[in-house]
Write a protein of this length. Structure first.
Length: 348
């Protein structure tokens, strides 16, 4: 077998589906009591995409780290997706990436040329983001993982935490849903490599244009949709903002073949964990079909930005996003007043 195909078999779960269960993550971090610092504007408390550490009145650091298992046999494309996925955490905070460090967990059995192609793919995305590669760290690992630790900059008066959603806001999603289904379907032989490649190439697209555009429109809250699925990340925003989020099931942008894979019973190992994470916190109205509900728990890798912003500006943002090549951008819900954080899924 060609060595470039080996990386696809060196992971049990593809991409962000390899994350720990969100419930287990809560358990193992619940006892942490980090020392407070007035300059730390966003820490671990809200489960946000990145930390914000203020340096001056008009400058703050955005700090994050993210790495994933392989999502495709092509090592270069895998490196691109892993880097785009990590850079997305800075974009979700409204920031601009400036420097990155490689995080490499590589099996000793894989040849140097293949490993080098992974790093080349990552470097291409780092430089496309306008950042610099400043170094990295490697360890031997039986299961391959690659990603980045990223430092960005943001105006501390204008960043977009997941806690900024307010009743009356519209909710906008900038990439389709369904990456977990596609990766799992391909592993089961239900999806050709060519059809999967089209999805993976979209996963490699930076959220740069989406982040820059939402900043121009003065969005107040954002998160990116990754391993905990749309419902999990929406719940994070609802909880941090003290609001209820209403999602429109029929307006979700989906990758091609997503519904067909659902009909064939495809799911990921993380889907059930993601559903348990929001159990009792999400309500589906009767006209949302049972077989479509797993879409909300499907773990995404390098997913889109999920933005909360003033309803009067939302149509203008979607129009501008599409003009800038963010073709899937859609209004997918709204923030509503509630006596408790929750998620409701209805048909629009």
């Amino acid at each position: 077998m060609d060595r470039t195909c080996d990386i696809w078999s060196l992971s049990k779960s593809g991409g962000c589906a390899a994350k720990l269960s969100p419930l287990l993550l809560q358990q193992i971090t619940s006892s942490l009591r980090p020392r407070r610092n007035d300059r730390l504007r966003v820490g671990i408390e809200t489960g946000d995409d990145a930390a914000i550490y203020q340096l001056t009145d008009d400058t703050a650091l955005v700090l994050t780290v993210d790495f994933i298992t392989p999502v495709f046999p092509d090592p270069y494309l895998y490196g691109q997706v892993a880097a785009a996925n990590a850079l997305s955490d800075v974009y979700a905070m409204g920031g601009r990436p400036v420097a990155a460090l490689n995080v490499c967990c590589f099996p000793a059995s894989v040849d140097a040329a293949t490993l080098g192609r992974i790093l080349e793919g990552g470097l291409a995305k780092i430089e496309e983001a306008g950042a610099v590669l400043a170094g990295g760290h490697t360890v031997r690992d039986d299961e391959m993982k690659y990603g980045l630790s990223v430092t960005g900059l943001v105006d501390p008066r204008k960043f977009t935490p997941n806690s900024g959603a307010r009743p009356g806001d519209a909710l906008i999603l900038t990439k389709p849903i369904g990456t977990g289904l596609h990766l799992s379907g391909a592993k089961r032989g239900l999806l050709s490599e060519e059809r999967l490649r089209r999805v993976v190439e979209e996963m490699a697209v930076l959220n740069r244009a989406a982040a820059e555009t939402m900043t121009e429109f003065e969005a107040k809250a954002c998160t990116d949709i990754t391993g905990f699925g749309l419902a999990g990340h929406a719940w994070g925003m609802a909880r941090a903002s003290g609001a209820a989020l209403r999602l429109f099931s029929d307006l979700l942008p989906l990758y091609p073949d997503t519904r067909e894979l659902l009909e064939q019973g495809v799911a990921t190992g993380a889907t059930a964990d993601n559903a348990r994470n929001v159990e009792g916190r999400i309500r589906f109205v009767d006209d949302v079909r049972e077989r479509e509900r797993p879409l909300f728990f499907d773990p995404q890798t390098s997913g889109g930005l999920f933005i909360a912003m003033r309803r009067r500006d939302a149509d203008g943002l979607v129009k501008r996003l599409r003009e800038r090549g963010v073709r899937a951008a859609s209004i997918v819900g709204e923030v509503v007043a509630s006596d408790r954080p929750r998620i409701e899924v209805i048909k629009n």
